[in-house]
Structure formats: structure tokens, C-alpha cells
Design a protein around this ligand. Structure first.
Ligand code: GLU
Length: 433
């Protein structure tokens, strides 16, 4: 039976690297039909353990990574907090004592290493040989157990079959193999996942780097499915060009031997692009519901709000930008973007806005198709490009040069709104000429 675990220390943060380690454990457990365990390694933590643990638990749940055994769900191998396992550590210490594998010096308890080369048969890195030359402390003089000891005791007692963790622990593994052997239990298989480097490639990503914490994405309204999809690709790929993939498909394909041996590089642009793709592909009902829960109180009729949101879905990159993205639809006194106006001036926008205004005053049919024809005719008559109308009029209607599809926007705003806004723009923008 395959049993894997994610064993975070509750530091108060849930780092992208930790989330990726958790995810690879979770994916592998689901791929094989094994058990995914969450264990909180809180032996060295002194303060705020509860809050710090919650950051991890809620981050895991937000990313849709449920665990089969661990805090809040229980299981047959508990407790799942190291701070509650002192009795178990005492028993395992006794085993080592009986085998004469420990001794005391200056109040600390040392483990006697075999000094023989240890093989770490790593599923990602291949075989690694290391010899521990020096005995090491497993209980400090103040009576607290050391990471190597509790980590191995827990893996042994919880019958962990595969240890999948960050590469920064590879150098600890020979100590761990020594301990497993000393206890007389099977050594689990190891899989050390390569590091995540910063976007610019300059070293390992740390919790101080921008975009390094799961909670930041949550606060900025990223879609958890998008972040999870992105994390799948940080060191693993389906061996074809696919990037956006349903999680069921990743589970079906995921295997440890396909994890890249090279370090992964964090690419915030790719993550933003994936989030935009997930926003665009959301079922409309879901998109509307989520958008409305985030929308500022604009005091406008629901039908208009629904129409605005519907045409904005394909262009919105993140729910964190939603209020800004749609604000001018609901506020007639929006500001005009001066920088954008500067670039627009060469297209004679005031002239174009005026011509467009007269043309729609004479247009009965306000459909996308008719409006498109109308703009083409105008452009043809003046011997200019339709873009000159589209850019100028969009600016007059929104104060910006980007937004949803131009013709959809006109249809949704409707004749009255459009006319009012164009008139206002003619007055206001005249002052900027
Ligand atoms: N508590 C360790 C960490 O957060 C886990 C080590 C392991 O997975 O074995 O780095």
C-alpha cells in the first residue's frame, strides 16, 4: 500500500515551494490510489502554532488538496502533530538504546552512525551515495528531540512508503537512512524534487520574493485551479505541449520518474496567463456569481450588470482586477487616461467621435453587425481605417484604450448611455486639444 506524506513545519507561511511539494505527493497518491497524509512538524516551533497551522490547512483546502489522514480528519496513525507524539519518540529512543546505538554527552543524546556508505536510491535523481562520518544529536540537552529523529520516527511509525520532498533535504537523507536501519524498519523510497528558482534565475525562491506565498494569490483573487495547474508544471510536464489541463488528466499521467531533474524556474507571466485562461473558460453562471460577490456596490440594475460582466469575461485576466476593469460601465464620471490620449491624438479622435455620434443618431438597428457596417462605411467615406473610429470612440466611452470587444460594449451600453458619453467626451476632450 502506497503511503505518502506532506510534512510542513508551521512557519506562518504557505510557500509556493511547499505547495508544490504537497501537490506532487497528492498527485502521486491519487495516481496510484494510495494514501496522502498531512503531518505537522511542529517540534521546533514555539509560538502561534495554531495560527501557523491554519495557514497551511486552509491553503491546502483552497488548492483542493484534501488529505486522507491528518489534522481535522484523523486516521489510524495519529496524532498528526509532532508536538503530541512524545510518547512515541520515547519508545523509539528505547529501541535505539537497547541496540546500543546511542550515548549521552554533555546532556545531549547522540546517535552512533555506522560510518558505512549509505545508498539513497532516489526516484528522481538516481542513486546517491553518502557516508555519515560523525555521530549526531537526536535529543538536545534540554530534552527536545531533533528534526532528523522525529522525522524518521514518524515516517517509520506512519509506515510511509515514499518520501517525496524538496531537494534541500537530500543532504539529510543519509542520516535518515542510518536511522531507519537502526530501527530495523524498511527504508522508504525517496524522491527529492528540484528547487524552484526565482523568475530571474538568481537563486532559490524564498518567502520574501514577490509572489512566493499561496495566501497572496488567494487574497488577490486568483483561481485556485489555475494556481494548482501552474504548480503541476513546476518540474513536471505531460511530455507534449499541453499546459492547461484538468486535474484529473494530470493525475492520470503523473509519475515521479517524469519529474525534471533540473531546477524549475518560477514564471509569474505564465501563471498570470494561466489564470486568465481559467477565468475565460469558466462556465458563465459561475463567472457571474463569483464576479457579483466581488463587485463594489454600484447601484445599477442587475440586467445591465449581467450583460457587462458577460462581455468582459473573455478579456478579464484576474478577478483581482474586476472592479477596475468594469468601473466605467457603472460610473458616468470616469476619468480619461491622459497618457493614452497622448498616443491617440494622431488619429484625430475628436473628429471621429463627432462623426460617430451623428452616425448613431441616424441608426435604428443597434446590433453588432449593423454597427460594424456603419463604422466600415464611415471609414471608407473618409479614406481611413476603422481602427481610428474604434480607438477614439472607445476612449470617449471609457476613458481607456483597452476593454471588452468594442461592438459588444456599444450594444450593452445602449444608445442613451453612448450618446451621453460621447457628448461629454466632446466637451471634455476639446480642452485637451
Ligand atoms: N518539516 C520538514 C520541512 O518542512 C519536512 C521534511 C520532510 O518532508 O521530510 O522541510
Amino acid at each position: 500500500m502506497l503511503r505518502v506524506r506532506f510534512a510542513p513545519s508551521p512557519t506562518g507561511f504557505f510557500h509556493i515551494g511547499g505547495a508544490r511539494t504537497a501537490l506532487f505527493n497528492w498527485l502521486y497518491a491519487h495516481h496510484v490510489g494510495g494514501t496522502f497524509i498531512l503531518r505537522i512538524e511542529d517540534t521546533d516551533q514555539e509560538r502561534h502554532i495554531e495560527e501557523a497551522t491554519n495557514v497551511i490547512l486552509s491553503g491546502m483546502r483552497w488548492l483542493g488538496m484534501d488529505w486522507d489522514e491528518g489534522p481535522e480528519v484523523g486516521g489510524n496513525y495519529g496524532p498528526y502533530f509532532q508536538s503530541q507524539r512524545n510518547g512515541i519518540y520515547g519508545e523509539y529512543l528505547e529501541i535505539l538504546g537497547k541496540k546500543d546505538k546511542i550515548y549521552e554527552r554533555d546532556g545531549a543524546i547522540y546517535f552512533r552512525v555506522s560510518r558505512e556508505p549509505q545508498l539513497i536510491d532516489d526516484l528522481i535523481r538516481g542513486p546517491v551515495h553518502r557516508t555519515e562520518e560523525k555521530d549526531f544529536v537526536i535529543f538536545r540537552s534540554n530534552g527536545t528531540p531533533v528534526f532528523h529523529f522525529v522525522n524518521v520516527v514518524d515516517d517509520a511509525a506512519m509506515e510511509i512508503s515514499h518520501v517525496i520532498r524538496g531537494e534541500d533535504h537530500l543532504s539529510n537523507s543519509s542520516k535518515h537512512v542510518e536511522l531507519f536501519k537502526a530501527f530495523g524498519v524498511p527504508v522508504p523510497k525517496f524522491a527529492h524534487i528540484p528547487l524552484i528558482l526565482k523568475t530571474n534565475g538568481s537563486g532559490k525562491m524564498s518567502k520574501r520574493d514577490v509572489g512566493a506565498l499561496v495566501e497572496d494569490y488567494r487574497r488577490n483573487q486568483f483561481l485556485p485551479e489555475a494556481l494548482r495547474n501552474y504548480l503541476c508544471l513546476l518540474g513536471w510536464s505531460p511530455k507534449d505541449d499541453r499546459e492547461i489541463m484538468p486535474i484529473e488528466e494530470v493525475i492520470r499521467l503523473f509519475d515521479l520518474c517524469d519529474i525534471n531533474k533540473n531546477n524549475a524556474r518560477f514564471d509569474d507571466k505564465k501563471l498570470a496567463y494561466m489564470n486568465a485562461a481559467y477565468v475565460k473558460n469558466m462556465p458563465l453562471e459561475q463567472f457571474l456569481e463569483r464576479s457579483k460577490s466581488l463587485l463594489s456596490d454600484f447601484n445599477v440594475e442587475t440586467h445591465y450588470v449581467d450583460q457587462v460582466l458577460t462581455i468582459c469575461q473573455e478579456k478579464l485576466r484576474s478577478f483581482g482586477e474586476l472592479n477596475h476593469f468594469v468601473s466605467y460601465f457603472f460610473d458616468e464620471n470616469f476619468d480619461y487616461d491622459k497618457g493614452a490620449w497622448f498616443d491617440l491624438k494622431k488619429r484625430d479622435p475628436i473628429l471621429r467621435i463627432g462623426e460617430f455620434l451623428s452616425a448613431i443618431e441616424n441608426t435604428e438597428d443597434f446590433s453588432e453587425q449593423k454597427l460594424e457596417e456603419m463604422v466600415s462605411k464611415l471609414a471608407e467615406a473618409q479614406g481611413i481605417k476603422t481602427g481610428d473610429y474604434i480607438h477614439g470612440v472607445r476612449f470617449a466611452l471609457s476613458g481607456r484604450t483597452v476593454g471588452p470587444s468594442f461592438y459588444k460594449m456599444i450594444v450593452v451600453m445602449g444608445r442613451e448611455r453612448i450618446t451621453r458619453r460621447l457628448r461629454r467626451a466632446l466637451v471634455e476632450l476639446e480642452k485637451w486639444q
